[in-house]
Structures are given as C-alpha cells and as structure tokens.
Write a protein of this length. Structure first.
Length: 101
C-alpha cells in the first residue's frame, strides 16, 4: 500500500527564482512554507496546510524572521496564534519604520 502523500500543487509564480520542478518538498519544508505564506494565495496556503499539517507550519512560521506585515496577520489567523508569538512580528516591533506623513 502506498502511504506517500500527493505532492502539493503550487502556482509556479511563488517559486519564480528556483527550478520549480525539482523542489524537494520534504527536505526544503522551511523554504517552501515561508515562500507560500509570503507570496501564495488562499489555494496555495490550503495546499501547504494539506501537505505539511498545521503543527509543522506553526513550528516553522513562529521562528521565521521575515514575513510581510499583512502576511503575519494572515498566518496568525490561519494558525490561531497570537501575533506576539511570531518572531517576525517581534522583530518588526523592535525596528519601527517612519510614520508616513
């Protein structure tokens, strides 16, 4: 019986700078998860959650050093985690930008 999970189907635009067909989804899980949450749409995130599971995604995203601001909020909502648990949120708070006047 084959117990191997089917590979996720991501849009190639997420991985525009690497050889898309040769991505090792298991050995490069951190890269894939960070990239999907940084640049993917809702369907890409669903595929990511189906393949890796919320526990693996939570483990990786809580330690990620950078996500765009709106994606931090998305990750917090998807994983039901407080913003203050994300390292990228803490780093953003410790390095505030200028106010847009």
């Amino acid at each position: 019986m084959n117990t191997q999970k089917p590979k996720p189907i991501f849009h190639p635009r997420i991985f525009w700078d690497v050889q898309f067909d040769t991505i090792d989804y298991d050995n490069r899980a951190r890269f894939v998860i960070e990239r999907v949450f940084e640049r993917g749409d809702v369907e890409d995130i669903r595929q990511c959650r189906r393949y890796y599971g919320d526990d693996k995604i939570r483990e990786i995203l809580l330690k990620t050093q950078y996500l765009p601001e709106r994606r931090i909020y998305l990750a917090a909502a998807v994983l039901a985690e407080p913003l203050t648990n994300f390292l990228c949120y803490k780093l953003r708070q410790s390095n505030p930008t200028h106010l847009p006047y």
